[in-house]
Ligand binder design. Structure first.
Ligand SMILES: [Zn+2]
Length: 279
């Protein structure tokens, strides 16, 4: 990877040299691939806990050195860990299942009422299209969630398009899990309002800025700026002496679910310092 400033490299018998602050650590073995990548707000304490875990003894025995990238805060550590695991494929990290096409639910207005449809990143712009709910790793997962919500909220599967309609109403009507939207017993607008309130907690937030912003984290004496755009992590600039170049040098990619999960709360709740990036 280009321009990755690892900062510190520590031998496994010299753990006292590990910093007590936030960052990412990489267990390096003899091979080409790193053994394990993790993050913590206290790197030394976290690495020690790996040593005490009996099920990790074999991994620790193979570790020849521990590379450390310090970060000014926890968000930086999370962003960097996620990106490094994706690009370096460490042997002992849990394999992340590759998501080929992220899906979301979108309500479509028909003459009868609102119908949820499954859309994916090819048909909508995730992070920019409002009114999306999810996200899901497959169409199957999206359908599963919709069925689960229908059960919890006593929605009608036929009305949602998940079951064939018949004059006698849906199967749920017979077993009293449907309130009767399929036979006109429940007003369709009431059903649709209940559908919307069932979905609202899983709304996909639209990127609230017109372009990239820097998320700023500081410690007592240094600063890091994590550049993000459309919920995508682009790179980190660090004020520490010698780090005048970007710490990491990522290219903008498509909407990234991991970065979205890391960033959505701090950005929407405005619990982090953000700075617009001059065009
Ligand atoms: Zn029904």
């Amino acid at each position: 990877m280009a321009a990755l400033h690892t900062g510190l490299s520590v031998a496994p018998d010299n753990l006292a040299a590990l910093p007590r602050g936030a960052g990412v650590y990489i267990f390096q073995g003899a091979g080409q691939l790193p053994l394990y990548i993790g993050k913590s707000v206290d790197i030394r304490a976290r690495v020690m806990s790996h040593l005490r875990a009996p099920e990790e003894a074999s991994m620790m025995a193979q570790t020849q050195r521990i590379d450390v990238i310090e970060t000014a805060g926890e968000i930086g550590a999370l962003l960097l860990e996620s990106r490094l695991i994706k690009t370096q494929h460490p042997l002992f990290n849990q394999r992340l299942r590759r998501v080929r096409s992220l899906c979301a639910l979108q309500l479509h207005t028909t003459p009868q009422g609102q119908v949820p449809l499954i859309v994916d990143g090819q048909s909508v712009h995730l992070g920019a299209t409002p009114g999306l709910y999810g996200l899901f790793s497959s169409r199957h997962a999206a359908t599963g969630k919709l069925k689960e919500l229908a059960q919890q909220h006593r929605l009608c599967l036929a009305t949602l398009g998940l079951e064939k309609t018949s004059a006698r109403g849906c199967f749920g009507l017979q077993i009293k899990t449907c309130l009767g939207a399929c036979v006109g017993r429940e007003d369709r607008t009431v059903h649709d309002a209940r559908l919307l309130s069932a979905l609202v907690d899983s709304q996909v937030e639209v990127w609230p800025f017109s372009g990239p912003v820097d998320l700023i984290e500081t410690t007592a004496d240094w600063v890091q700026k994590h550049r993000v755009n459309n919920w995508c992590y682009l790179g980190t600039w660090c004020s520490r002496a010698g780090d005048t170049a970007p710490l990491v040098d990522f290219k903008p990619t498509d909407f990234d679910l991991d970065s979205y999960k890391i960033l959505v709360k701090p950005i929407m709740l405005q619990s982090v310092r953000l700075e617009p990036v001059a065009a």
